[in-house]
Design a protein. Structure first.
Length: 366
């Protein structure tokens, strides 16, 4: 009766639907709840063991993978990060290694419950065909068929862009599930953006939405790998900061870290130029983000990616710059928060792609 009241459906309809779900094993009966009168109420719960899914996040300097159940709980995970950008061939090999590791934890019966593999990759995709047309920051990742690459798994493969996968992860796993309009910014080796609009992922006409890293912030700046001049990624990405670290010759400070992480470590040790570089990067990102906020009016911006580990040095300047340039006078100012999902966000979003059919229909979005 409680389900009928909450959904507005006829009790008989609820009973019939519930029986179908029980028959399919998607829900299970729990404790019987005593009532004052009438038939005792049965407590129903989602059967987390009914379906499993794999998710892989392939980035220029990392590969992450997760195995999740129908409730979204992580059953197993795998992650490797690298100091320098790797080739597409190397990263694919590591992705296969990750999937082999996750599969080894399953019994034969559990393997039959795997509903699919979600893969997220930065760049320009032919998503429905499973093809990475071009990934600017991954060498050798052009016209790669990921459907063919992972064919031996014998499960459906779904492809998504990395930043958009992160945004889906925030929607499904983060504390922002009730937010209908928010943006997720991926601050990593490259810089990308995923946009949740009215509760749904916005991809754009050509499915290239979210390329905030290739918005121009310095018209007379350096040439970007995309071919344009002065893109945000040329001055504020992990790649750009790694180049600054190399030019500053930070190895003389006997730092353990490399790349952008070395810049952060040097800044914490008092290196003034390293500190200035991180703050300047935060300022550039803040300018680009303020323009996005003024254009789309999201209620929330969630920051994720390796550069967020620079903490206040970068994020505080970013926030200050956004507040300086965003449109004022609105009743609800856009909040900026750090993601709670950490390094597995992209893989989590990818893993949910094969499971979304259980929760989303053409006229219902949860």
């Amino acid at each position: 009766m409680q389900i009928a009241r909450q959904t507005g459906l006829d009790p008989k309809t609820v009973t019939n639907l519930t029986n179908e779900l029980l028959k399919d094993g998607l829900v299970v009966c729990g404790q019987v709840s005593a009532q004052r009168r009438g038939r005792p109420a049965e407590c129903l719960s989602l059967n987390a063991d009914a379906a499993l899914a794999l998710g892989v996040d392939i980035g220029a300097q990392q590969v992450s993978a997760v195995l999740i159940d129908l409730s979204g709980a992580v059953r197993a995970s795998w992650r490797r990060a690298y100091d320098i950008a790797k080739t597409g061939r190397f990263l694919i090999r590591k992705a296969r290694e990750a999937l082999d590791f996750l599969m080894q934890s399953l019994s034969s019966q559990q393997k039959q419950k795997i509903k699919g593999l979600g893969v997220c990759v930065p760049g320009f995709l032919q998503r429905e065909q499973g093809i990475v047309v071009k990934s600017v920051n991954i060498r050798g990742f052009r016209n790669v068929s990921l459907f063919e690459t992972f064919r031996e798994l014998a499960v459906p493969v779904i492809l998504e862009e990395s930043s958009r996968s992160m945004a889906l992860a925030e929607k499904w796993f983060g504390p922002h599930g009730t937010d209908q309009n928010f943006i997720c910014i991926d601050l990593g080796y490259g810089i990308g953006m995923g946009f949740i609009h009215h509760g749904m992922l916005y991809r754009g006409t050509n499915e290239v939405s979210g390329e905030i890293g290739h918005t121009v912030v310095d018209a007379f700046g350096s040439v970007c790998h995309c071919g344009k001049t002065g893109c945000l990624e040329t001055v504020a990405s992990g790649k750009a900061l790694a180049e600054i670290a190399t030019n500053l010759k930070l190895n003389i400070h006997q730092l353990r870290a490399k790349g952008a992480a070395a810049l952060h470590q040097a800044a914490l040790q008092g290196h003034p130029q390293a500190r200035q570089a991180l703050q300047q990067a935060g300022g550039y990102i803040g300018i680009a983000l303020a323009n996005v906020i003024n254009l789309f009016d999201p209620g929330l911006v969630v920051l994720n990616g390796g550069l967020t580990k620079a903490g206040p040095l970068l994020v505080d300047r970013l926030t200050e710059t956004v507040n300086q340039h965003r449109f004022h006078g609105v009743p609800h100012a856009c909040e900026i928060k750090i993601s709670t999902l950490g390094d597995l966000a992209g893989a989590l979003g990818a893993a949910m792609l094969p499971l979304r059919s259980y929760f989303e229909f053409d006229n219902i979005r949860l």
